[in-house]
Design a protein around this ligand. Sequence first.
Ligand SMILES: *Cc1c(COP(=O)(O)O)cnc(C)c1O
Length: 368
Amino acid sequence: MTVQPTAELTIDLGALVANYRLLQRHGKPARVGAGVKANSYGLGADRAAPALAKAGCKEFFVAVLSEAIALRPLIPDADIYVLSGPIGGDEPEFIEHRLIPVLNSLPQIETWSRWCDDDAPAPAAIHIDTGMSRLGLSPADLDHLIADPKALKLIPVQLLMSHLSVSEEVEHPENPGQLKRYKQAVDRLLPLLPARPILSFANSSGIFLGRDYAFDLVRTGAALYGLNPTPAAPNPMRQVVGLKARILQLRQIDAHQTVGYGAHRSTRATSLATLGLGYADGVFRALSHVGAAFVGGIRAPFVGRVSMDLITIDVGDVPAHLVQPGAWVEILGAHQSADDLAVLAGTNGYEVLTALGARYQRRYLPAG
Ligand SMILES: *Cc1c(COP(=O)(O)O)cnc(C)c1O
């Protein structure tokens, strides 16, 4: 049986590892940890995490426990941090799989302390909220903890972290503001801890805010996967993701002919090509009328609405020999990055990557 793919996603593990090394150079002397949550931003944590571990990465971050359990056998020697921490009742799973919870609240600290005893240390991370108001200890929580550190003192605190909210805007005053609040919290907590924990503050963009932001360990995601950590400047990262789709059918249309759902009217007589992918594959419906593919380097705009499984593009300006049924068309690649597509869709590159569908034929280029 031969199944011909209608769309193919290429994930370049060599580019991923090259990005890791580039972040190591920028982040020095901090170590570089990898955010592999949400299936490595949609690219496949089962392939990305082992490739990064082989390149020397020892610290990995996921959002939820199930992601960590799935990764444990693939990166047996790595430290795997679970950003949401225990929800309550799942503490034994952390211990069984040697996973490190990020404790975000006083109740989480209190509960975890009961799982710590002298013969079975159960390391944890503590998250201090310095401005996100999502997860982490609030300023009031921190005051309480310092006034009554009984539970804290039972826990081997391996890492003390916070998270930046606008690190991609280099000049934003929240950056130095959060940095100051993080340092103050660290200064108050360190005297209560028997051993100095790993300090971790910066995400991908945070590395590019300067050396003060790096501390001991940076937690990178977006830049590893090729998104631009410095949106105001050219992207220093290598592209990791390529996406191409096949032309399923071609047709000539007259001016004012209707195209797709909603009976969009063409503005010109032209050639249309129908591609075998759609919003079910993560090419957002918001890209209707504004998205584009590239054929032989020539822009071929989306015409009408993006459907669940199909997109029509205007190939009137593309040489005919490049637009045959079965020919490949670029959606993400040399001419259009995930960041570019995100701008057209009114979102960010993170959402473009994490939305990439499960239906693609996936091809992994080896890290070498
Ligand atoms: C996702 C995440 C990161 C990685 O952020 P990027 O911007 O993708 O580098 C770091 N820390 C925390 C807490 C996160 O949730």
